[in-house]
Design a protein around this ligand. Sequence first.
Ligand code: F6P
Length: 545
Amino acid sequence: MTERIFLSALRSYQHLAALAQTAATTSLKKLFAEDSDRADRLHLTAAGLALDYSKQLITPEILTGLLTLAQEAGLAAEIADLFAGVHINNTEDRPALHMLLRAASSTGSKPRLEQVESSRELMRTWSEQVRSGAWVGFSDAPITDVVNIGIGGSDLGPRLVTEALQPFQGAVACHYVANVDPADLQGCLLDLNPASTLFIICSKSFRTEETLTNGLAARQWLINAGASDNNLARHFVAVTSNVEAAREFGILEQHCLPMWDWVGGRYSVWSGIGLSCAIAIGWDNFARFLAGAEAMDQHVQSAALSENMPVLCSLLDIWNYHFLAAGNHVVLPYDNGLRQLPAYLQQLTMESNGKRVNTNGTPLPYNTGPVLWGSAGTMGQHSFHQLLHQGTLLCPADFVLPLTTHTGMQAQHRRLVANCLAQSRTLMIGRSIEEAEAALRERGLSHEEATSLAPHLAMPGNRPSNTITMLSLTPNTLGALLALYEHRTFCTARLWGINPFDQWGVELGKEIGVQVLEKLENAEASTIMDASTEQLISHWRQAQS
Ligand code: F6P
């Protein structure tokens, strides 16, 4: 394997480090004042999305430096390798070909395409059967509710898509259960009728404890309601690469949709894992969702680096993390349907890029995997935006804004848009002490009062943000949006020298979980744990009695 060069060892990186000194004294307000074309120049459209990155703390020299960095790092070749099926996931010796799931005409070997197409055909057929009432439960009643049981990538993607595309929702309601806390499943099943409920057990490995535990409890719920061994199978579908385990669970082989080792869990919403979405919004809309992502796939492969939306977003992330010392990234969707976007992106970015060694296994000399967080606007404005505006931590933001609403309530939506644009503008312009003082004097405060209060009202501004807009939140634009973040995550990973497609860090916790469960179930279990864990186990034991 070729030795990877650290990003920080590239010549352009040193140049950017020097430019960062001047950026510290630059103000966004000044940059806009000096360049009347700035908003127009730092604006890009692709696959139905528009990116305004003019509120990023960059000058033309910095942008050129970042593009040179991408060239020196060979980013275009990395993108080509991804699509060509090179074994980018080197620790598991696999390609990452989730793009194939959304492209009939994409790269990849013929057998892979054929498998994808036959899986899509099954999804289409099943979603139509459920939606038309042809799929019936144990009492021959049509399915009215679908419960997706899965966790991580087998939950977050379909949950987000179903919620975001609620205006496209048909008559069958889709629900999501992920947590092994029994309250999650119990709460979900409370209002459902077992006779008309279909469960989709989504688990690539079919070994995930949370999912199997919930699946077994769902099975018991159906049995308690009168389902017999003969007709229980009507209520279960699996999406998995481990058909044998699904069969052992009691799911018919012909009720299994495939998953492949070349699709990572957090990149799998485009596969059978999206079945609940296809049921919720109908196959044609699901196909549009895939098409939107494919449009972004084509864009990332063909656009020049300077006009490439995922590449630019990634370079701006690198700028903010490395040179402006931001260790986090806040995502603020101004659309209630996108309220799960931060949670979805947490898995995508932090499970992909929360790594401390490069592909060679060499420790990285810089921080990676910034904390991603956020919530739907305007909710955060009444909670954590205080910190965004006046805290000491720099939080680069992504504002995500559909420009129109499906609700028909234009006047109310106008307020949402106003809030979004006001927040990004306020982050940028801030308020000087002098301006704060003047505002206080206008309110009738004395000079002394105004001077003493002004530092509390002043806001530094100069806080960078992207604004990603789309005409409307549709299956197409949602597909493009998620693919944008996927490719952005990939580009950042490769600039860092990381393999974004493995997740060894989650394994040890699972192993220790099994050991702790043994101790909870059997006080005599031989494993000795640390004093703190032993004490907590003993508290739990006391609580049970
Ligand atoms: O624990 C992490 C993880 O492996 C994720 O990567 C994955 O999306 C999730 O668990 C669920 O895995 P599975 O689909 O195999 O149940």
